[in-house]
Design a protein. Sequence first.
Length: 1196
Amino acid sequence: MESQTAVEEQQHSVVIETPPTTADSSEATVAEAATVEADAREKQNTAAVPKRLPTKADFPPLSSVVYEAPKISWGPNMKKPESSSGSPSPSPVSVVGAAKPMRSKTVQEVFSLDLQTQLTIAKSEFSKFVMSVKQSHSVSIESTLSKLSRTFLISGSPTNVYNAKRELVKKLTMPVTQSLMVPSKTVSAIIGPGGKMIKAITNAAGGIKIEVCKSTEESAYDPDLEDYLNAVTLHGDVASVNFAKDKILNIVKEHTKNATLTVSVEDEKLIPFFSLTGIEISDEVTVKPFTVDSNKIILTGPTEEARAAKLAVQNYLSTLSNELREKKVSIPVKFQPLVNADEIKEMYQVNVIFPTNPDEETVSFFGLYSNIDEAIAYARNSSKLYVVESLEISKAHGKNVNHARNLILYFHKYHCLKEIEQRFENVKIVLPSLQELPKMEQVCINVISKSDYVEETKTVRKQIITLVNELSPSQVLAIDDLDYELFHKDIERVLSDADCQFIQLGNIYPGDNTILLFSKLDDDDFKPSAEELRESLEKTTSVLDELRSRQASLSTAIISLDAEYQDSYLSKDSATLALIMEEFSSVGRAQIKLQTPSKSEVSIRGDEKAVKIAVKCLESIAANPSNNYKVSFTVPTNTVSRTIGSRGANMLQVRDKFAVQMDIPQGSKDDNTEVTLTGLLYNCERAKAHILAEAKKWADLITKELIVPAKYHRQLLGSQGVYRTRLENKYNVRIQFIREAETVSIKGPSRGVNKAYTELKALLDFEIENGHKSIIKVPVDHVPRVIGKNGDVINGLRAEYGVELKFLQDSKEARAQEQSNVELEVTGSRQAIKEATSKIQNIITEASDFITVTVDIDPKYHKLIVGPGGSTLKEMISKAGGEEFRNKVVDVPNVGSNQKTINISGPKVFVDKITKSINHIVQDIEKDVTKELNIPKEKQGALIGAGGIVRKQLEKQFNVRLEVPDKGKGGKVELHGRPEAIALCEKEIFKNIIRDIYDAEVAVPAKYQEFVSDRGKFLNKLRTSYFVNVKYGNDTKKAHNLSHAKHEIPVERVTGAAGESTKFTVEDLPPSERSLDGTIIWKLIYEPVDLSDIFGDKNQVMQKDEALEAVQKLIKSRIELASSVSKIGYVWSDSSMKFNKIIGPAGSTVKNIRETTNTLINVPKKSEENSSIIYIIGTQENVEKAGKMIIDALKK
């Protein structure tokens, strides 16, 4: 009983020597263990006490239980019965060794109850209770009583033994109460949706009482979990309480298995010395030092490992803090730049901290204690190697000190000296600090370098002098007529948009309204005069005129308020001033100046609406200046806990923001609870409105549950919870997935909860509808065909059928394991799965029929097999049904190579057709003859036609090959084919294509060529609308130059001024444009083209005579119009990007303007020199009409 006694001393509860189990084998083992222990105790007692005669105490008590003999020895005074037979009997050990015993259906369990935990009960009542348990559970129960405990032995079936033991413990022991603290975020999981989880725990524990405190304790806070703790109270028998406690702790452990812990580094001087290399941290913990805040280290991982990591980091920081020291040294301000802080940090692990005050001479050295003195000595010695030269720039420009200060400001903002420093890396330039600048009467720039680089120092000095001399006072303009406090953001925006260099002194010196404007100079031009610079700066200030107008229209009001109250309530960082500014900020801006114009008055200036609101607020304060007003109101009692917040966080927030005292009584039993605010009346009213609004929001909080099978949780959560996060942010709700209960809990404002519920329900319905799965066996060899190049095939199947496709095994692993197939999982709707499966099976079938054939063909035929631009090969593949097959390949060696082999891959049907076609082409070529045609070089182009259409038609019609020499090369035209086909094709060429006649001609004056041809656009119209081509014969080059003549544009006259977006100018057409003599002969050739192959239906084509007559009329009408052309118009735009509006889709807009106004319009390309000017040529009326239409289009 030694081990039992030890347990009893630790806690007064049930002492169970053998834990309950329902497994037969386990329980048999327990029973055997109990027997062995009893035997051991008996042997010990027998050895200690001399053998004596039996007494009455040795006999078992009389009862209604009938014992079978021989009985198992049990009890402190029992001994093994001796065999009644004189003959030796077989030993039990020998029996066990001879044969394995059968598993018994009856088990035994021994347990003890501490007397201190048992209820006081009469012996008769105890016997009756034990009998009732034995009868109700069909078990055998034996018990013995000792000084400290009562021990029971229960025999029976495993289930009955377990139930009997539970009833004994429950009825015989006193109830206990235990409390445990759990994080508040796990309370909902412990309770479960609708209380399901806590009911299940209660029932499993035998109906004990479990109370979960819904309010957190202010003193109970776990900083590691960043959560407050709630108390859970358990009341019942010891075993049931422990069982329920384990269940609850398991839930808490599951919901807090991962944690994100924060370690704050209070002494920021330690941060530069922090290193992870000296800390032992588990690989499961992620460390992010100083990312969220400048002084925090974030540890993320399993909770226990993260806690250990946090402790290790804290110990490391403590050790590091003890190793680091700080020493302060006085260094004159002039020589502080000589200390190379980066070099000292690298060499000695010591940080050099310079003072923030420009007049301060104390410099701190912070780092390893053993290195600080060495670092200081190094800084002192190394500084002696430097030479400091002071360049007084205030001597420049007639000792203009103000201008020198302005230049320092300019150099600071625009880093004008950075380029010089980059060119001379051994020289350091130090500017005066901005804080000390206003007080300086001598403005100096220090140039620092080592004594070895004196020449570089002189060069830098000269360059700075040159730069200062170039920046004259006339290039700087100071204005101060705009209020910085009201308009500094607008000034920043307006001047930035105007591409102006400027400095607002209010950004540096509070209360200063001065704006410095700097004139930009063009390095590629001569420097303007002082008057021109001044004029340019004055023009720049005009962009601020709108702000000046707004400032002039500002409202002004003056409120009387004692200076004492102004200091108390309206100081810079006061809560009351912040509330007033917050109230009017939504309608405009206002400026509040204290003790202006007198000490007992407040001046307000700003937008009219903002001023009215500010006046109303200040009048309320002036009328009720006491800080002890009390305002009382009620809020719903169920919102009080949220009004107070966790550890009073919300209450503290109200106190800080509104500067009021807040009193809320606890434990109100009414529906409403009174809240009392004390403070300034204005602040109290604002706080009251805020609290009531928040209470209304909290009173509207509801919880809604959606039944979601666990297998759909992942789809509804999204990757890394992206869907849940999106819904939570969108509707301001909290969504919790409870896997154990297969529910999703949505908590928040009713409107947001309902919308989030609807979206989640729709997504769930979609997943259920499209969540069907099917498995397809794909041969390993055909997996690449199903995937396609870069996943094209499988991604196309996903997009086409709306299914999800996923290979369940890797094809390489399957091949290595000698598996013939891999499984492809198809997820989606039933119909989509059916269609996608059919398509995949077709791909597999096609891949199974895939073959590769090689054909050896003489290389001289390869070019003919491919055809011009691959046309013959494409046609061959198309006729073989290539568009229906995937992954077909016809690989013909490049022209000029000596390879004979042509590789053909694809389905067998396709390969056979291609092979047959290639052999047929070769056979035809071998039977072909070649004939040379004597066709003049200038007419050879007619055999090709636009886009090669004439040659294609001839080759298709007569089954021949036509070879025309390349342009610019000599040679004869060759025809290849059967003799009879060549004869027919030759007849067609000489009869209808290269005839030496034209159908009509028109003489166009050379001076009108550009206008009549509309820079080539009119010719395109004749070709497409009337099938009439225009040739110029020997005048081709001249006609082309005239049609695309370049016009000299008077850029300065037609360009708009600053602020203009468009400008339209009309001038007389220069005489030089109409001074050309001679004519250009337009030769008209009617060449109808059959486009039925392209457009499908056979279009109605105008007959030859009709077309030629119509074309001649059009040309003559344009000549007549050209004779009256006298004006040229120019449309300028501030952005050539807008010209896309003029061109329109496929040029439709500009085409419509040309046809409507009968003008020549040239829209420049972006690459042209004058890309922002469109010119128009025509009559006065037509040019003006076209210009108006263009400007209207630009303004759309």
